[in-house]
Write a protein that binds this ligand. Structure first.
Ligand code: VGL
Ligand code: ZN
Length: 211
């Protein structure tokens, strides 16, 4: 985690993903304080964050698909799409970056999932849309222009937004580490699959610093 070439990417620490929220992740609250300490530690050259930020009636919401329920899986643009409870609706309290965290340390916050017709798990690119492409958010270019070569990820959720962000970061050539203990999954049964997927992409899994 040396000097100015490392970046900490804090993924989707928002009330809607914490216990009690509509897409509350079990034990998601446990990562909040350690991530806050890490952000404040100055150990990373740069800190950036992502914020899930959907318009009302987003295509990923089960409520948008008559007869569907949250966690159903449908086919959308030829790929699997999990249907979620309504969450992180633009401007709502549950979509805000969690109060009390040192967000002033983040030099950029990337909002994602803003296209009503396309989901976006990764902070780097949308999921596949109708055109069969995944438009970039600009985060990769931002980090590269800032001289970042190594990215350390933490946050929610391990099996969706952290996983997809880590895979994309590795694919565009960053050195990538997931601070495993500073993430929590939507589906705890996914851990083995997620671990394997990350290792196959050359992503390092770190326990997370002792904090
Ligand atoms: C996420 C599901 C839907 C995440 C976001 O932050 O992992 N998961 N939207
Ligand atoms: Zn979402």
């Amino acid at each position: 985690m040396d000097g100015r070439r490392s970046a900490l990417l804090v993924v989707d620490i928002q009330p809607d993903f914490l216990p009690g929220g509509p897409l509350g992740i079990e034990r998601g609250d446990e990562v909040v304080a350690p991530i806050a300490r890490l952000m404040a530690s100055g150990r990373f050259g740069l800190c950036v964050a992502t914020q899930d930020w959907h318009p009302p009636g987003h295509v990923s919401f089960a409520s948008f698909h008559p007869g569907r329920r949250p966690f159903d899986v449908i086919e959308l643009y030829g790929r699997e799409q999990v249907l979620w409870p309504d969450h992180c609706v633009q401007g709502t309290p549950g979509a805000q970056l969690l109060a009390g965290m040192p967000w002033e340390k983040a030099s950029a916050v990337i909002r994602k999932g803003t296209d009503p017709a396309v989901d976006s798990y990764s902070g780097f690119r949308n999921n596949w849309g109708p055109g069969g492409t995944r438009p970039p958010t600009g985060l990769g270019g931002y980090l590269r222009e800032r001289g970042v070569t190594e990215i350390f990820l933490c946050g929610l959720a391990r099996d969706y937004c952290v996983l997809w962000s880590a895979e994309d970061a590795a694919e565009v050539g960053f050195g990538v580490s997931v601070l495993w203990d500073l993430t929590r999954p939507v589906d705890p049964a996914s851990d083995e699959k997620v671990r394997t997927a990350l290792l196959e992409r050359g992503v390092a899994l770190l326990a997370g610093p002792g904090l």
